[in-house]
Design a protein around this ligand. Structure first.
Ligand code: NAI
Ligand code: MG
Length: 374
């Protein structure tokens, strides 16, 4: 198998954390068991502020077509910084490049795994605001619909009235439900799928619930499912999060809220990876479509610590694990990376944000050394 990977180091700490992720990727790619059947090709391109400086826009049409036509997977670090943020907003700003790439790839399912031991049990114990017995055993993944709903609907913005159209079609609900169900099936026994909505007050939620239930019943009879009102789900997440163990499916708005709230389980967003996908291994693709995915940490470009070799590369490294898992169906390698990161953190090798003294490079080197032991 040949895998084309597009790298977007971006701005601020982006290039520093990306360098460590690539180190891990190269190490795994060079293992005899991997290189016998997998070849990886890399290409690094500009996005965000660095692309604005060079080309006057946050992403060029050429780079967009590389993402669309060449790349099987995209690793994205972070963009933005004070140099650009004040002058440019929205699609013109540094983050506009990321939005355009997401749109071009139609990666409609945003995944955020969240477990009490991500990235390591002692990190959650130290940083989580929750009591230990509340988070112990918490293990779920949020699947947020990422290309529709209120964030992409028609807008009216008058002086005295504003409106965001919050709409979903059957096809949009079906395709993201299939990703959630397929993720559930990756576990043995299958995880339940819990869909969050506000069917009591929103028309879009009523269609969401109906199509979700129909899709689960007809296409995934072996997977349990449940509906949960989104507001009460956030209460449950704060009181008894284990009750939500499984796949949490939500539309763009509710998914945005619940995935940030889920970050509180671990207590620090800086160590959490995310994936945006248009399919999963095991799901049929529409004719003419290719599997596409983008992996990014949940933190930003941290301009306050950029260039000092002190940024935490954990989230970016865990993105590589997610890429192996979801883009290349290489679960063994994904687990190896996650285990290595966990062991390194448990051994006390940590960057400053986790009250340690390791540099960015030292942390990456420690993960490689740990991988060599496994
Ligand atoms: P941020 O996540 O960049 O930083 C928040 C705080 O966390 C800072 O104190 C930073 O030093 C720390 N931090 C973040 N990542 C870290 C890491 N890997 N290791 C150690 N410490 C880390 O968010 P902020 O400050 O709101 O935004 C800074 C810039 O990043 C802005 O220009 C913003 O627009 C951009 N941004 C970009 C995102 C993206 O590329 N997807 C997402 C969020 C913000
Ligand atoms: Mg958010």
């Amino acid at each position: 198998h040949t895998h084309n990977i597009l790298l977007f180091p971006g701005d601020g700490i982006g290039p520093e954390v990306m360098a460590e992720a690539v180190k891990i990727l190269n190490h795994v790619a060079s293992l005899a068991s991997v290189s016998a059947s997998h070849q990886f090709h890399f290409r690094s391109e500009l996005i965000g502020g660095c692309s604005i400086d060079e080309h006057g826009k946050s992403v060029t049409p050429e780079v967009l077509s590389i993402a669309r036509d060449w790349a099987d997977a995209v690793l994205f670090a972070a963009v933005g910084g004070p140099k650009w943020d004040s002058q440019r907003r929205g699609l013109d700003g540094p983050e506009g490049g990321l939005l355009q790439v997401r749109r071009a790839l139609d990666i409609y399912a945003n995944l955020r795994p969240c477990a009490a031991d991500t990235p390591s049990p002692s990190i959650s114990r130290e940083f989580s605001p929750f009591k230990r017995d509340v988070i112990e055993g918490v293990d779920f993944v949020v699947v947020r619909e990422n290309c529709g709903g209120a964030y992409f609907g028609k807008k009216i913005e008058d002086a005295d009235y504003a409106m965001d159209e919050w709409g979903y079609s059957t096809a949009e609900i079906q395709r993201v439900t299939r990703i959630a169900a397929q993720l559930a099936l990756r576990h043995n026994p299958p995880w339940p799928v819990i869909s969050l909505d506000k069917a009591n007050v929103l028309a879009s939620s009523r269609l969401w619930r109906k199509v979700f239930e129909q899709t689960m019943q007809t296409e995934f009879p072996q997977v349990q499912y449940m509906n949960q009102l989104a507001d009460s789900a956030s209460l449950i997440l704060a009181i008894n999060p284990r009750k939500l163990n499984g796949v949490l499916l939500a539309d763009n708005t509710f998914g945005d809220m619940i995935s940030d709230q889920a970050g509180s389980i671990v207590g620090t967003l800086g160590v959490l990876p995310s994936a945006s996908l248009n399919t999963l291994p095991g799901l049929p693709l529409d004719a003419g479509k290719k599997q596409k995915a983008l992996y990014e940490p949940t933190h930003g470009s941290a301009p306050d610590i950029a260039g000092k070799n002190i940024a935490n590369p954990t989230a970016m490294i865990l993105c590589v694990a997610l890429m192996f898992r979801y883009s290349f169906d290489m679960e063994k390698e994904a687990k190896q990376i996650e285990d290595a990161v966990r062991n390194v953190l448990e051994a006390g090798v940590r960057t400053g944000d986790l009250r340690g003294t390791a540099t960015t490079k030292e942390f990456g080197d420690a993960v490689v050394a740990e991988l060599e032991k496994i």
